[in-house]
Design a protein around this ligand. Structure first.
Ligand code: FAD
Length: 457
């Protein structure tokens, strides 16, 4: 070991969790060192949130044009260049990564572009150099986790499927979670014949049943073959490509040119010898943290996909902010009850807070109000279809949850998040003025509908 350098905070991993925590800490006046062995921006910017949304946006545009052609408003359907889509995606990713690199520099975060290892209490090692940090933050993210089946090596990760050179004729997706469904939705719009195989009896079992059922119906109507309750046995080569063999109520085979394995992600603990450091793991192998994001070892914090929970970029952001607040001596837990969950399929899905079923489990008498896109002016103008469901506490008349399936659901959910966080009351909803026409009007209408007060329903 050679020289030692001292910092207030050392962050391992420059994904959304790590880079945001590093900048936040630097703004608080701490000296911060950030290690990133791959690319700044992590999974989210490089191979996750952003590239999938670039692809999904182009796919949505295709759907829109198709619908306008069906209505004879447009005369012909646009042909597209997949190569141009891929180039455009790279440009956007590059722009965002450069932007974050600039922010790190502007905030005087020192960045070392290399993999680092936790070397002991308050110590991190990289390329034979030891660095001392008063506090250490682990933000090493996650990597795809394949199910151990025969022929798994024929399947691709989401990263590989994002980087395909041409649209596959037939795409089979193992795993109907968020990543699987988003890529299924995108490639279906771009012309692939898509089959999704999900082992659970239903898609997204933790979310509002009616909203999920609506979404599943709409996705099937678009031509995506969705089979739930199907356990994939093996993937094998065939004369024309690949065969995915599955068993369930009935057994079957999905023929495909490309197979996506989207069966979840596991914490990336490369370089983090948790045992040597004495850091406890959860039974699922994630780094265990308390409500303040501190591990079982004082002054070592962990956030983001490495700690499991919601594997979402904004969860990593929120956890990073909480970790920094706690390093600064302000004990504040992350409020997981207001974490928005979005699925950017077509139609999209977004939810915040709890469903009526969950409220019941918690012993809260709840009422659900509903409003359909088909009764909203903006939705009709845009040709959008969907459903908004709001759950309110029957006695206290406060907002408990909002569930949206349909166009722009992820954008609308921000407004709903504020309502759930502030436990907005029926009276406050009545006094709320929402721009007309807008899709967001439906949230107010659905809230009022909980108590039979929606005017347009
Ligand atoms: P990561 O983003 O995984 O970053 C960890 C970083 O740490 C990596 O850059 C890695 O190189 C680096 N690293 C690891 N070990 C070391 C080491 N020892 N030394 C130095 N560096 C190291 N979430 C959403 O909220 N919305 C979405 O729309 C969305 N879409 C997604 C689509 C796909 C296809 C995928 C795969 C994920 C998506 N996610 C989405 C999830 C989101 O990307 C993750 O939740 C988020 O990136 C987690 O952030 P993180 O900072 O914990 O880790």
């Amino acid at each position: 070991d050679t020289m030692r350098e001292d910092y207030d905070l050392i962050v391992i991993g420059g994904g959304p969790g790590g880079y945001l925590a590093a900048i936040t800490a630097a703004k608080e006046g701490l000296s911060v060192l950030l290690f990133e062995g791959g690319r700044i921006g992590g999974t989210c910017l490089n191979v996750g949130c952003i590239p999938t949304k670039y692809l999904l946006d182009k796919a949505a545009a295709m759907e829109k044009v198709r619908s306008l052609v069906d209505q004879k408003i447009f005369r012909e359907c646009g042909l597209f260049s997949f190569r141009k889509i891929q180039e455009g995606r790279n440009e956007v990713v590059h722009k965002l990564v450069s932007g974050v690199e600039y922010l790190l520099e502007a905030n005087k975060v020192r960045v070392v572009h290399a993999y680092a290892a936790l070397a002991g209490p308050g110590e991190v090692e990289c390329d034979g150099i030891r660095y001392r940090g008063k506090d250490i933050l682990i933000a090493t993210g996650s990597v795809p986790s394949f199910i151990p089946i025969e022929g798994a090596e024929h399947a691709m990760t989401s990263t590989q499927v994002l980087e395909l050179e041409k649209v596959p004729g037939r795409l089979a997706v193992i795993g109907g979670g968020v990543i699987g469904m988003e890529l299924a939705s995108a490639y279906c719009s771009l012309g692939s014949e898509v089959t999704v195989l999900e082992v659970l009896p239903e898609l997204f079992p933790a979310e509002d049943r009616k909203a999920v059922a609506y979404m599943a119906r709409a996705l099937k109507k678009r031509g995506i073959h969705i089979f739930c309750g199907m356990k994939v046995q093996k993937v094998e080569k065939s004369k024309t490509g690949l065969r995915v063999c599955y068993e369930g109520a009935q057994s079957g085979v999905a023929e495909a040119d490309v197979v996506l394995m989207a069966t979840g992600r596991k914490p990336n603990l490369n370089g983090i010898d948790t045992e040597a450091a004495g850091i406890s793991l959860t039974p699922r192998g994630e780094i265990q943290v308390d409500a303040y994001m501190e591990t079982s070892v004082p002054h070592i914090y962990a956030i983001g996909d490495a700690v499991g929970g919601y594997q979402l970029a904004h969860a990593a952001y929120a956890e990073g902010e909480a970790a920094v607040r706690n390093i600064m001596g302000r004990s504040e837990a992350v409020d997981l009850s207001i974490m928005p969950r979005c699925i950017y399929t077509m139609p999209a899905f977004a939810a915040v807070g709890i469903s009526a079923v969950k409220a019941e489990e918690m012993g809260i008498a709840a009422v659900t109000g509903e409003f359909a896109y088909s009764a909203n002016g903006m939705a009709l103008a845009e040709g959008a279809d969907g459903l908004v469901r709001v759950v309110m506490d029957k006695e206290r008349e406060t907002t408990l949850g909002v569930h949206i399936v349909g166009e722009n659901a992820p954008e609308m959910i921000a407004f709903a998040s504020a309502a759930v966080r502030d436990k907005m009351t029926l009276e406050e909803w009545e006094r709320m003025v929402v721009a007309h026409p807008s899709l967001s009007e439906m949230i107010k209408e659905a809230a009022l509908d909980c108590f039979g007060k929606s005017v347009h329903k």
